[in-house]
Design a binder for this molecule. Structure first.
Ligand SMILES: Nc1nc2c(ncn2[C@@H]2O[C@H](COP(=O)(O)OP(=O)(O)OP(=O)(O)O)[C@@H](O)[C@H]2O)c(=O)[nH]1
Length: 446
């Protein structure tokens, strides 16, 4: 481009010199130079040559000043283009940094203005690429996570870093219930789902920013610091709101944060949807469809995990093997569906008595196993007794009549000293269950 411009410039300058040279004889007439001299061939040739030389010198001078600066601009542009092409694939933006590629802007002429515009363009390009890189990195990281809680934790950490927020949380809606998936820097994150401001924003499903004027503090749930700026952004997937990201900062967020968040939410929405599906599948694969407690395969895995932990921590662990008494009779007398009701009720009664951390599985047809981590044989016997009693007192409504059943329970515990295999422990409980059956049923043997 610069060649074309300079050729035109040179032609223009030389042509102007020639025109000036041609006009000069007329000009000198005004100063009293005789006509014969002014229009003599020698004078005309001399003035034309002088015009040519002045035009040429003008061009040389202009090109000496302008050409290097245009060259610098053009070479910087090429440098930036090459560096950006490279960085797009390598992710290394150091060669494209505006600090490296910018032009000096000291002159206040048109070239200075061009340099300024070029620098502004460079900044805009760099910022656009940086935003794109942040979105890509974020999406790549979150989409590699399938575990719901791991995803929540990782995503929140990245969002917090991107927004320079001191605190935040991700809340999710599942089956009509709002739960906090991840939180950072909050003292009572569980209260988030009860917060009125937050609920107002939730109903509208659009990003909401709550900026508090200086000096105004809120009755903070975010009490690790005093928030002055809170940003709530919906996480959507195919138009459905899966949850919200709440970020809070003690100082106002940078201007680009509210614009960046919805862009990051696109990747998070997709990743969260995958993780939720994965979680649902895992749940379905782990549960017994009739009673909703763990199935034998998954429950056994949990027993093995708890046994490993108990042996590592030198803590005790007990199991109960529970079998309903004369269950065949229930089926034969009242029908299979009534039998199913009894099984569902039994699982419910057990769950009511057990604590969080205890494991309940359906081990076979009418057999259940309870794993009690940390429980000694005495503790386990007490729990077993409570379950046995509760089952015997429970009435199952069959429509036209109430049914009551009993159960027998075998209890076994680890010794706390030597490691024991899951099968061995269950076999021990089974022996005791057999004894309970053989000695009259509706009893606990340990
Ligand atoms: N309704 C229903 N019955 C089941 C299910 N799974 C197993 N059963 C029944 O459970 C009964 C188990 O009977 P048995 O093993 O003979 O034992 P019991 O009748 O409980 O007698 P004891 O254990 O000796 O007290 C059988 O009739 C099975 O058909 C189920 O999912 N639903």
């Amino acid at each position: 481009m610069s060649k074309h411009v300079f050729r035109a410039l040179a032609m223009g300058m030389v042509a102007m010199g020639v025109v000036m040279g041609a006009a000069f004889p007329l000009f000198v007439l005004g100063f009293g130079v005789p006509k014969s001299t002014a229009f003599s061939p020698t004078f005309i040739i001399a003035t034309l040559v002088a015009g040519l030389v002045v035009g040429g010198l003008n061009f040389a001078l202009a090109s000496r000043i302008v050409r290097p600066r245009l060259r610098q601009l053009s070479s910087r542009m090429q440098q930036v283009r090459a560096a950006m092409q490279k960085a797009t694939f390598s992710g290394d933006w150091t060669a494209c940094n505006p600090a490296v590629c910018r032009l000096h802007e000291q002159d206040e002429d048109e070239l200075g203005a061009v340099a300024q515009s070029y620098n502004a363009l460079l900044h805009a390009l760099h910022d656009a690429h940086m935003v794109e890189a942040r979105i890509r990195d974020f999406t790549q990281t979150v989409s590699s996570k399938l575990d719901l809680h791991e995803l929540g934790d990782q995503a929140l950490g990245l969002l917090q870093a991107n927004a320079h927020a001191q605190g935040g949380a991700i809340v999710l809606e599942r089956q009509g219930e709002w739960t906090v998936l991840a939180s950072r820097g909050l003292s009572h994150p569980e209260k988030l789902v009860e917060n009125k401001v937050y609920f107002n924003a939730k109903d509208e499903a659009v990003q909401t920013r709550i900026t508090l004027p200086p000096g105004v503090t809120v009755d903070a749930i975010l009490s690790h610091f005093v928030p002055s700026d809170v940003l709530l952004t919906p996480i959507k997937n195919h138009g459905f709101v899966l949850g919200w990201v709440i970020l809070a900062s003690a100082t106002p967020f940078a201007d680009d944060v509210p614009r960046l968040m919805p862009l990051l939410m696109q990747g998070l929405g997709l990743a969260l949807n995958n993780a939720l599906l994965h979680d649902d599948l895992q749940r379905v694969a782990a549960l017994d469809p009739l009673t909703g407690v763990y199935n034998r395969r998954f429950g056994f895995k949990r027993l093995e995990e708890e046994l490993t932990r108990a042996s590592r921590d030198h803590s005790s662990l007990s199991v109960l093997l529970l079998d309903l008494d004369h269950f065949k009779r229930v089926n034969d007398t009242y029908g299979h569906l009534s039998g199913d009701k009894v099984l569902i009720r039994t699982a419910h009664v057990c769950r009511e008595i057990l604590r969080e951390g205890d494991v309940l599985m359906r081990y076979g047809g009418e057999e259940f196993v309870v794993v009690l981590p940390g429980a000694s044989i005495q503790d386990a016997r007490d729990v077993a007794e409570r379950i046995r009693f509760a089952i015997s007192q429970s009435q199952i409504n069959l429509g036209d009549q109430l049914l009551q059943v009993t159960s027998s329970i075998g209890v076994a515990a680890t010794s706390g000293q030597k490691a024991i295999a899951a099968e061995e422990l269950i076999a021990l409980a089974d022996e005791r269950l057999y004894k309970a059956k053989a000695t009259g049923r509706n009893k606990v043997v340990s």
